[in-house]
Design a protein around this ligand. Structure first.
Ligand code: ADQ
Length: 480
């Protein structure tokens, strides 16, 4: 099959592959199915689909290859210096903190900006290479915000969608960015720009208004009722498309799995209540605040270390960046301190793992946990909250959720808290634990309501609604 002539192209910073080392020491690339892959596979497979992205290892680029389902994976090579400037620098030390409302201070570095532009240009070359005449290209996330604009110039025949997986900040914050106009111009190369929430879309529309653009209508969810009309006549749709998970992959526990869940509980010493946190180790996720809230509740005697256990699973993330190193060391110090103060030898009160776990095991952790603590300071959506809810089709469990996670818009039956207010996190956790004891039927109802919401609004709905609106936006707005 030809590598050119793909009618549907997904572009993301990361290609869904992992580099595996064989027993003989040689390397091979294996597909790694994540949420985005699950969402996009049906579309990729039914078209002649292609995924363009970086394979995740600097200076390496496997030959393009097809997955078993026939999707072409097309690697973009990044050098170590691209990785530092484009990925660690501009993407994760400039845009990430800026878009998460300055939880840490962004660094504005001209060399990083140049690297970001260079890499976006390189991605555009690769996409232009593989996309058929008139193809649909769906660009993902903050690392590639210049790509729609560059592609529009290179290939005006393409239909281009852009989706941002992280929040979009208020116009007042965004205007700090020295390269704000170029970035907006990049985004405006798309036919449709999608955000998780209407609030994010409104921030973008406000920014467009302030830049003197003609904005019509207001943002809504899973439909496009807001448009930006460019002076040249092209129209861009803007809307909210809340991402979700492949909910059915997290439901329906077999008898054997239920046995695994019970075993896991025993391994933790069969505490009366288990509280769980699952995150990338990122300063936006509020892991330290959560530990502090737990510690204060132990300290005052509101929680008994003989009865309650906290499990924190933290995947390593962006480990070379200073803010990430500092977050890890503060989290690990807190874990050690809490165990030192409240645990008995052989019976930790906080179990902490700084590694990813396999999806099958993660399901068991979710199902086992009586309370899930999801306390980010800011989060585009937060899939962990939805995964937890999806695992509780029996109505068990309780979710404590930050008001600042996008998921709070949909999961209103959660115990909502303000992670900036430690008393609010403590109160939400205590209320959830108390209600599990005192009002089990209300808790079951709350969980089942959330479970239905997640099941009925899964990731398939997300990709279908975005692509449906992209088709419409293209039909209505294309032209000049
Ligand atoms: P993330 O910031 O990575 O995503 P999230 O949405 O919670 O945050 O997704 C994390 C994923 O990693 C989940 O699927 C979870 O299961 C997995 N994961 C986390 N810790 C793990 C562990 N220890 N072991 C195994 N798996 C683990 C960004 C945005 C979010 C947005 C998503 C999707 O920051 O706001 O929801 O993209 O758009």
């Amino acid at each position: 099959m030809s590598e050119r002539g793909n009618d549907f192209v997904v572009v993301a910073n990361r290609l869904p592959v992992d580099l595996e080392t064989r027993p003989d020491g040689s390397h091979t690339w294996t597909p790694s199915p994540g949420g985005l892959v699950t969402a996009l596979s049906p579309v990729l497979e039914s078209h002649q689909g292609c995924w363009v992205g970086w394979p995740g290892v600097a200076d390496a680029a496997p030959e393009p290859f097809r997955t078993d389902a026939g999707v072409l994976l097309h690697p973009v090579k990044l050098t170590e210096s691209d990785f530092e400037g484009f990925y660690e620098g501009f993407s994760n030390a400039t845009l990430w903190p800026l878009y998460h409302d300055l939880i840490v201070t962004p660094t504005y570095d001209r060399d990083w900006w140049h690297a970001y532009r260079e890499v976006n240009l390189r991605f555009a070359d690769e996409v232009a290479e593989v996309a058929a005449e008139g193809a649909t290209v769906w660009v993902q996330d903050y690392q590639l915000q210049l790509l729609p604009g560059i592609l529009r110039q290179k290939r005006p025949d393409l239909t281009i969608g852009f989706f941002l997986h992280i929040p979009f900040p208020s116009a007042d914050l965004f205007r700090q960015l020295p390269w704000r106009e170029e970035l907006v111009r990049g985004l405006l190369g798309a036919d449709l720009i999608g955000f998780h929430l209407e609030a994010n879309a409104r921030n973008f529309l406000e920014l467009a208004r302030r830049q003197g653009l003609d904005v019509q209508g207001e943002a809504s969810t899973r439909e496009v009722t807001a448009h930006i009309r460019l002076p040249q006549g092209r129209t861009i749709g803007v809307g909210a498309f809340p991402i979700s998970i492949a909910a059915k992959d997290f439901a329906a526990f077999t008898g054997e799995e239920k046995g695994d869940v019970a075993k896991l509980r025993e391994e933790l010493g069969s505490p009366q209540r288990i509280i769980l946190g699952v995150d990338r180790l990122d300063y936006t996720k509020g892991i330290l605040q959560r530990l502090t809230a737990f510690e204060e509740l132990l300290d005052t005697g509101a929680l008994d270390p003989e009865e309650v256990t906290l499990v924190q699973l933290a995947t390593p993330s962006r480990e070379r960046l200073d803010h990430y190193k500092a977050t890890r060391s503060k989290v690990e110090e807190a874990v050690g301190r809490i165990n030192g103060r409240f645990a008995r030898v052989g019976h930790p009160v906080v179990h902490y793992q700084h590694r990813g776990v396999a999806k099958s095991l993660l399901r068991c952790y979710y199902r086992m946990a009586d309370v899930m603590l999801v306390t980010p300071f800011k989060d585009g959506m937060n899939l962990v909250a939805k995964e937890y809810v999806a695992c509780h089709d029996d109505g068990s469990g309780a979710l404590v959720l930050s008001e600042f996670a996008g998921a709070a818009d949909e999961l209103s039956q959660a115990y909502l808290c303000n992670p900036f207010d430690i008393e609010s996190v403590k109160a939400a956790l205590l209320n959830a634990l108390k209600a599990l004891d005192d009002a089990p039927s209300t808790m079951t109802q709350r969980m089942l309501t959330m479970h239905q919401q997640v099941t009925e609004h899964d990731v398939q709905l997300w990709s279908q609604s975005f692509l449906g609106c992209l088709r419409q936006a293209e039909e209505q707005g294309a032209g000049a």
